[in-house]
Design a protein around this ligand. Structure first.
Ligand SMILES: NC(=O)c1ccc[n+]([C@@H]2O[C@H](COP(=O)([O-])OP(=O)(O)OC[C@H]3O[C@@H](n4cnc5c(N)ncnc54)[C@H](OP(=O)(O)O)[C@@H]3O)[C@@H](O)[C@H]2O)c1
Length: 304
């Protein structure tokens, strides 16, 4: 049997609870993974609350979780890229909070040998969002990039990937996260009133591109700083994006993107920061943590 976290109605974190289901069997082209770690995202919390219910209604019991790491214990017919016993990272859609998952083999990459399970479990969702947004911005050597909410899950990856692509990076966060941002390679700036002037003081030649991961006033400040909307994207605020004519970006995931992340990690160019880890049985507490809005890096669920 497998343990899966589900919810039967929208609501507070306590709606999340475990159930036992028969072990899933991998079909052709799929693999079964015994999960060791699974990432938690703000999207999961919003889905649980019912924020997207009007345009994306769920069937209950519903599941959550878009990223896992674990060990392949069965491969379906036709799978040649991974085999039983391989330690892997995978991306999937609303299935990850479980001790066992079945995933298409083309959504699976090998875990770098030096990468702890917790870090492997949170690599693929926010990492690929950061890559998608920076691709959309065409970030290149010589750019100065402003990243709003730089200490969060997506921001932490985005800072490091933008640095690897040759950009100078300014990241917004509250003061207690400034040393953390410096450790990732960003120039930290405190958000809130006066933000535009603070950014100008550390970027006298101007800002070329913006990745917004918080929305609200950050988008107005971004347009003021860049002077046009062409090289501004948001992953967080659809309403203000529409008002200002800023592009909204979703996440385009692929094993190619995942391979870039594992390569960067292997070469020592990517740190993965775990803010807190919770056993699968405490998924509700993990959601409460993410819902503070002040996670540094990522929150992970672990399976022994
Ligand atoms: N479109 C997509 O495909 C996609 C994918 C992933 C995420 N998202 C969305 O993108 C947003 C960010 O996701 P995430 O996983 O990075 O979130 P997260 O990890 O929960 O972000 C937490 C961070 O936000 C910072 N923060 C809070 N208020 C801020 C403000 N006013 N200005 C700047 N930073 C602030 C906090 O820093 P301090 O503690 O220093 O305040 C904290 O480090 C969420 O809305 C999420 O739903 C969209």
């Amino acid at each position: 049997m497998a343990t899966v976290i589900v919810f039967d109605e929208y609501g507070e974190p306590d709606v999340l609870h475990p159930i036992e289901v028969p072990d899933p069997e991998p079909g052709p082209g799929q693999v079964r993974i015994r999960v060791r770690a699974a990432g938690v995202q703000p999207f999961d919390c919003g889905t649980r609350r019912g924020d997207f219910a009007d345009y994306f209604p769920l069937e209950f019991p519903a599941r959550l979780g878009n990223e896992v790491a674990g060990i392949v214990d069965q491969a379906g017919s036709g799978v040649t890229s991974v085999a039983e016993g391989d330690e892997v990272i995978a991306f999937l859609r609303m299935q990850g909070y479980a001790d066992t998952v079945v995933v298409p083999a083309d959504q699976v990459a090998k875990r770098p040998a030096s990468m702890p399970w917790g870090e492997a479990g949170v690599l693929s969702a926010s990492g690929q969002t950061a890559q998608t947004a920076l691709d959309e911005l065409a970030v290149a050597p010589g750019d100065t990039v402003l990243i709003h909410a730089a200490a969060g899950g997506v921001g932490s990856f985005a800072v490091q990937i933008a640095r690897e692509r040759g950009a100078a990076v300014i990241g917004t966060a509250s003061e207690h996260n400034h040393d953390y941002l410096r450790s990732l390679g960003a120039i930290p700036v405190t958000y809130g009133p006066g933000l535009a002037d603070r950014v100008r003081s550390v970027a006298p030649d101007g800002v070329d591109a913006v990745l917004d991961a918080i929305g609200g006033e950050a988008l107005d400040v971004s347009v003021e700083l860049v002077g046009s909307t062409e090289r501004i994207v948001t992953i967080a605020d659809w309403a203000n994006a529409a008002r200002l004519g800023v592009r909204r970006v979703g996440t385009e995931r692929s094993v190619g993107k995942l391979a870039e992340l594992t390569r960067m990690y292997g070469e020592g160019h990517l740190k993965v920061s775990i803010w807190k880890a919770f056993p699968l049985a405490r998924t509700a507490d993990a959601h409460r943590e993410v819902e503070t809005g002040h996670v540094r890096g990522k929150v992970v669920l672990t399976v022994d």
